[in-house]
Design a binder for this molecule. Structure first.
Ligand SMILES: NC(=O)C1=CN([C@@H]2O[C@H](COP(=O)(O)OP(=O)(O)OC[C@H]3O[C@@H](n4cnc5c(N)ncnc54)[C@H](O)[C@@H]3O)[C@@H](O)[C@H]2O)C=CC1
Ligand SMILES: O=C(O)CCC(=O)C(=O)O
Length: 367
């Protein structure tokens, strides 16, 4: 991998490698763009086949966070961390995540961390022992706690907006929804959809989440067979790149009309977004739809978390999705490009104001 070439491709600011022999920590923080404010993005704790895969994941996720914060109107830039999980490492989670917290502190506010796949408020509390640059903890004064309920709620309301475009009504009643990944977000999304009278078919790699989903009332499907049934909506809520050359054909055969899920970076490559448009599917762009958690944790920096205020912002994801659809229609472009245009326009406007000198700049972290 040619690191600087990769960073240059989408103008990444900083890639930080952190290693600690004692705890076995191997972490990569990527800061994509801080035009709008300090970068914020969760920490993913996951196993990777190759180090390059982890670097690529951190970079793709960080760029997604820039666009998510920008399109959501937040004063934040985009960053993300990947901690490479070694199942053989016997060190305590506390030691591992506190070691990481010390590195986050060393970034001095250029990056604020939060939870992602494989991390929860428990790990955020370990990190909080070493740095204040963490959100969505259990302990920090003014914290908002677990962001997943806000993420799931945002995905749910955005899915309804997408359903309205595809089916003429935003009701999910009677619709069949495939939820891929019933972890922290997918489970809560399933709960909301079931409550509205949808039929939910859930899939996951692990027994624990599968059993919880079954108890909730979901039908369970094998991950390899999920597109062998007929369904109306596909909600990717696991890892990224699930919309790819292989899955597109199957999605078509399954009769799916709407794709609306929580996973970051759902499109394996941008051309898959073009293909969805050609196929006539309604695609709710991932980072517009799954911004609820970010909106929640960002609210902590407004003098402490206010749940009602945050919920009002998360509810606006319905309108945001409709806005993206309108831009796409107006400009004759796929929805993923319309979302990008929304985000890029704001970054460009604010980047211009950054040429004005101030001695000690103000930001969300020193309000
Ligand atoms: N938790 C949050 O607030 C936010 C999460 N996201 C994104 O949403 C997605 C889900 O996040 P969480 O629910 O927090 O993670 P999680 O780790 O709690 O759940 C993910 C679930 O997906 C399953 N999974 C992984 N690969 C799979 C596959 N190939 N097929 C089926 N299941 C698979 C895992 O076993 C796990 O149960 C991730 O892409 C994450 O980056 C995005 C915004 C915020
Ligand atoms: O929801 C979170 O934990 C923070 C934001 C984030 O990392 C994400 O939206 O992917």
């Amino acid at each position: 991998m040619e690191i600087f070439k990769s960073m240059g491709e989408y103008d990444y600011e900083q890639l930080v490698f952190m290693q600690d022999e004692e705890t076995g920590l191997k972490a990569i923080t990527c800061i994509h763009d801080t035009t709008l404010g300090p970068s914020l993005g969760g920490t993913r704790y996951w196993t990777y086949e190759k180090e390059e895969d982890a670097i690529e994941d951190a970079m793709r996720l960080a760029r997604g966070m820039t666009y998510k914060a920008a399109a959501s109107g937040l004063p934040l830039g985009g960053g993300k961390t990947v901690i490479i999980k070694d199942p053989a490492n016997q060190v305590s989670q506390e030691a591992l995540f506190r070691a990481f917290g010390r590195f986050v502190e060393g970034l001095n506010g250029r990056y604020i961390t939060a939870a992602d796949v494989g991390t929860t408020t428990v790990e955020m509390d370990y990190i909080y022992q070493e740095t204040n640059y963490v959100a969505g903890t259990g302990l920090k004064p003014g914290t908002s706690g677990n962001p997943s309920p806000s993420t799931a709620h945002g995905v749910y309301v955005g899915m309804k907006a997408a359903a309205k475009k595809a089916f003429g009504t935003d009701s999910l009643e009677g619709k069949t929804i495939i939820i891929e990944g019933v972890g922290k977000v997918g489970y809560l999304l399933a709960e909301a959809a079931l409550e509205e009278g949808a039929k939910v078919c859930a899939t996951d790699l692990f027994n624990g989440p599968i059993e919880r989903a079954r108890d909730l009332g979901c039908d369970i499907v094998d991950a390899n067979e999920m597109f062998e049934m007929q369904a109306d909506i596909y909600a990717p809520c696991a890892l990224g790149a699930s919309i790819n050359d292989d899955s597109l054909e199957k999605i078509k055969k399954a009769g799916i009309k709407v794709i609306a899920g929580a996973a970051n970076n759902q499109l394996a490559e941008p051309r898959h977004g073009d293909k969805l448009e050609e196929m006539g599917l309604v695609y709710a762009p991932d980072y517009i739809l799954n911004a609820g958690g970010l909106i929640q944790v960002a609210d902590e920096f407004n003098g402490g978390y206010n749940a009602a205020r945050a919920r009002m912002s998360v509810d606006r994801i319905y309108d945001q999705i409709e806005k993206v659809f309108k831009i796409a229609e107006r400009d004759g472009i796929p929805t993923y490009k319309a979302a990008d245009a929304l985000a890029e326009e704001r970054i460009k406007a604010i980047r211009n104001t950054r040429s004005i000198f101030t001695q000690n700049g103000k930001s969300i972290i020193n309000r």
